[in-house]
Design a protein around this ligand. Structure first.
Ligand code: UDP
Ligand code: MG
Length: 245
């Protein structure tokens, strides 16, 4: 398993999450972040023994997050969780929140944090992979804070696929995946939401020194060559650990 270490100054950060857990009581979380949609309480923070290596993958609509995640999975063996795909799965399975999610996505708005986080949490808990890629989340500061408090941990790495707007519009309008939000009107709204709400999240992680900004133009392989060196040091430190060095 990849340790949650900084490759340059190795230290195991697993106790970090238990400090956060002690500081934030669960009832406080629910008071602060309930947006009128009650969810059955289950789980809470990740179990004490789980401290997966978490990567957030951010970028505007059509910036190539999903495509690059496939390459990261192939190369480094992560479990890929696309927040958008998890939400779309709820729509087709006609779950409790399906119609609310459908309307929210159609308008390019953001689904309440607790709903998205619950879906992500279930997937993390169900997976035995300790390298998790969370694609397209958090999209707002509120999403970010809610994740940190409910899940009880922060990401180890944050990727930002930086792509010019005209390129993102071109890709989304030509990708033909049958998505209800891949049309020019919703796309304009999604871009506005991205600039207003997601850029502050990106700035937050830049200030924390966790952000890796990738120039998301060029071929898939060209973009991936900027991604690869971000994870290679972790892979190398894992190899050293398994050699007992
Ligand atoms: N969405 C959301 N919260 C999330 C992720 C997605 O509300 O954490 C909604 C939002 O309406 C967004 C849509 O799902 O516009 C599609 O998201 P996805 O990540 O699939 O699209 P992308 O931006 O990657 O094209
Ligand atoms: Mg996507």
């Amino acid at each position: 398993m990849w340790r949650r270490v900084n490759p340059l100054s190795p230290w195991i950060s697993s106790f970090k999450s238990s400090i956060v857990k002690q500081q934030v009581s669960k009832s406080k979380i629910w008071e602060t972040f309930t947006t009128g949609i009650p969810l059955q309480e289950e789980g809470g923070t990740l179990s004490e023994c789980r401290t997966p290596f978490i990567t957030f993958v951010l970028g505007g609509p059509g910036s190539g997050k999903g495509t690059q995640c496939e390459k990261i999975v192939e190369t480094f063996g992560f479990k890929h969780l696309s927040a958008g795909d998890l939400l779309r799965r709820e729509i087709v399975s006609h779950s409790q929140y399906g119609s609310m999610i459908l309307n929210t996505i159609r308008e390019g708005r953001i689904v309440p944090s607790e709903v998205t986080i619950k879906l992500i949490q279930r997937e993390i808990e169900a997976s035995d992979n300790d390298k998790i890629l969370i694609d397209g989340f958090p999209r707002t500061e509120e999403n970010r804070i809610a994740f940190e408090q409910i899940i009880g941990t922060e990401p180890d790495v944050v990727l930002f696929f930086d792509c010019p707007e005209e390129e993102m519009v071109k890709r989304v309008l030509s990708r033909n995946q049958g998505r209800i939000d891949d049309n020019i009107d919703t796309m304009k709204k999604r871009l506005k939401v991205f600039t207003a709400l997601c850029l502050p999240v990106i700035d937050y992680y830049a200030d924390k020194g966790k952000l890796h900004k990738i120039r998301a133009v060029g071929t898939v392989d060209e973009v991936f060559e900027q991604v690869r060196p971000i994870f290679t040091p972790y892979e190398e430190s894992e190899q050293l650990i398994s050699l007992g060095e």
